[in-house]
Design a protein around this ligand. Structure first.
Ligand code: ATP
Ligand code: MG
Length: 568
């Protein structure tokens, strides 16, 4: 294609809200255009990249045996009511009514719709297994849409759902999807890690995320330096920690601790390792609909509460902070809270590491007092769970190696769903013995439009994008240095036509602009290779360069097509 015919509105400046390279360059390079918070138009170049990425996803999924379908974007709310998610999904779900006052939602994910589709057409185990996917728009009214395509409100997702007659067969497909996803992200030229994940609002057990490693990633992931263990911080586990420092020896007693409130202050006051202090974190938990309650989470002073784990431990929808005034109203004193002598009506959760804890110091639920010498005895029915964040330097549960943090962009998520949706939606089949059973399901997502941002976060420099081979809008760009020079133009055009004849997808920058200006656009747009036709055509030579700077060489015009064919 000729540059002069294409709509590529490159810009000198990015909008002021763009902070990430991918956001800046996708806008400046004329790939996308913002239309509202978290809403984007794809311009010709952006659409080309989107289609290429989408194709890689489609080819690999089709090769795995999955079948593509396309479901409605507007979905009847009744299905969401049946699954129990109409309320539970929260404000990200965009609900609306039609003229007859029927409720609808814009699909943020399609479990309900897909279960409904299969329920109507699959009746027997003989029709299983089945893996159906689509690559379609999703809408989530995200609380903080940001970073361009990274976290939009409207975005393109590949969502797949598999249906099985047994748990075992679902697990087989889950592994097949893991392998398929690895092929997809490898083809796209991404450096990624597969990590253990929390299952979030979709439910189910056993889930893995595919994280593109990038400093700008919104997710913190924990990785082992010695083996290939990796997990989202929301799901990461480490070996139980045992403090080597001596425990404070004291008989159980109430101790005056005037104004000593924080873990640091307490640790200094008693000269003990924070491991021996009980930290209390008070939150207000919100459940389906309107119900709320106060929850106290108790953990070791050396640990931090992990909010997703905390949320899961009590099956709540959200946790919000409480002010010290609110605490006072129910008889709690911020800075002096502990597990003994609490007012009624407060839910309490203990971290695993407190089981059997001795020689502890905790708040006495009285201003300016702490208890010392506490040996914790937990009620049988106390909630005890893993509610703390893994820390850097903790030991790996698999190999004992050191765990460290890194940042990742979540580009894919696969879940073992089980019967979480088939049961409430009564999606059943007849097994070999003529018995009715709910489908056992898996579900598999890829953020297709987010992938464009992830690719650029990993592949860019200070001048612009550097697309990977299978994501680039073009294989090569032919740039004529001086468009007014007839010879240069003629050779460049010839090269462009010959490349086209060889099925090499080329962009011909034929614009009557300064060479420097065209090179700036080339670098911003980021096609992996360019053939530069300049003064040296007189000597029968053109130049071939790679956008990443690794290749820059002169080549005889007679060999140029072959040379390009070889590198692309
Ligand atoms: P996140 O934690 O980033 O919000 P999620 O866990 O809500 O993601 P899933 O429900 O698993 O995401 O959706 C599948 C995939 O869709 C994600 O792995 C991600 O790549 C992509 N995705 C999710 N939300 C968005 C969004 N707001 N904009 C672009 N892509 C998204
Ligand atoms: Mg989300």
């Amino acid at each position: 294609m000729k540059f002069s015919n294409l709509l590529i509105p490159t810009l000198k400046e990015a909008p002021s809200d763009a902070t990430l390279p991918s956001h800046i360059y996708l806008i400046r390079g004329g790939f996308i255009q913002g239309v509202g918070s978290g809403l984007y138009n794809f311009l010709p170049l952006g659409k080309m990249v989107l289609d290429r990425v989408r194709n890689v996803v489609k080819e690999e999924l089709d090769a795995s045996g999955a079948q593509e379908v396309s479901l409605g974007f507007v979905t009847p709310a009744s299905l969401w009511v049946e699954s129990g998610r109409f309320e539970k999904y929260g404000k990200e779900l965009l609900r609306f009514k039609d003229r007859k006052d029927n409720d609808f939602v814009l699909g943020p994910t399609h479990e309900e719709m897909m279960v409904n589709l299969v329920k109507q057409s699959v009746k027997s185990y003989k029709q299983l297994p089945l893996n159906l996917y689509q690559i379609n728009l999703k809408f989530r009214d995200e609380i903080r849409p940001r970073f361009g395509l990274m976290r939009g409100r409207e975005f393109l997702m590949k969502d797949g759902y598999s249906f099985h007659s047994s748990e075992e067969d679902m697990k087989r497909e889950f592994s097949l999807m893991e392998e398929t996803y690895k092929k997809i992200f490898t083809r796209l030229g991404l450096d990624f890690r597969v990590v253990d994940a929390d299952s979030g609002a979709i439910g189910g057990t056993g889930s893995k995320e595919f994280m593109v490693l990038a400093d700008s990633g919104e997710d913190t992931i924990v990785v082992c330096k010695s083996c290939d263990y990796g997990a989202n911080i929301e799901a990461a586990k480490s070996m139980p920690y045992i403090c080597e420092e001596e425990a404070p020896e004291a008989n159980f007693a109430k101790f005056n601790t005037p104004n000593v409130k924080t873990i640091d202050e307490l640790s200094n006051f008693f000269k003990v390792n924070p491991y021996y202090l009980i930290k209390a974190v008070a939150k207000k938990a919100l459940y389906d609909g309107e119900r709320e309650e106060i929850v106290l989470f108790f953990l070791r002073g050396s640990d931090e509460l992990q909010e997703t784990k905390a949320l899961n431990s009590i099956n709540a929808n959200d946790l919000i902070d409480i002010s010290s005034d609110e605490l006072e109203e129910i008889g709690l004193v911020a800075g002096f809270m502990g597990p003994l002598g609490l007012p009624n009506n407060i839910k309490i959760v203990f971290d695993n590491s407190l089981i059997g804890g001795t020689h502890l110091i905790c708040g006495a639920n009285e201003k300016d007092y702490h208890f010392v010498g506490l040996d914790l005895e937990l009620d049988k029915d106390a909630i005890v769970d893993d509610i703390v964040s893994v820390k850097e330097g903790d030991k790996c549960i698999h190999c004992g190696g050191n765990l460290v943090y890194t940042k990742g962009i979540e580009v894919g998520h696969i879940f073992q769903l089980g019967t979480r949706y088939s049961q409430p939606l009564k999606a059943e089949f007849l097994d070999e013995n003529g018995k009715t059973k709910p489908f056992v399901m898996g579900t598999y997502g890829i953020g297709v439009s987010r992938l464009l941002a992830a690719i650029i976060e990993q592949h860019h420099d200070e001048k612009g994008c550097i697309w990977t081979k299978e994501s680039s809008p073009f294989d090569v760009c032919v740039i004529v240095s001086n468009a007014k020079d007839e010879k240069q133009n003629e050779i460049a055009l010839k090269i462009y036509h010959e490349l086209k004849a060889k099925n090499i997808n080329s962009l011909f920058d034929d614009r009557n602009e300064r060479f420097g200006f065209k090179m700036k656009d080339y670098e911003l747009i980021g096609v992996p290779y360019a053939v530069i036709v300049g003064k040296k055509v007189e000597e029968g030579v053109v130049e071939i360069v790679s956008r990443d700077g690794n290749i820059a060489k002169e080549i005889n015009i007679s060999n140029i097509i072959e040379a390009v064919a070889e590198i692309v």
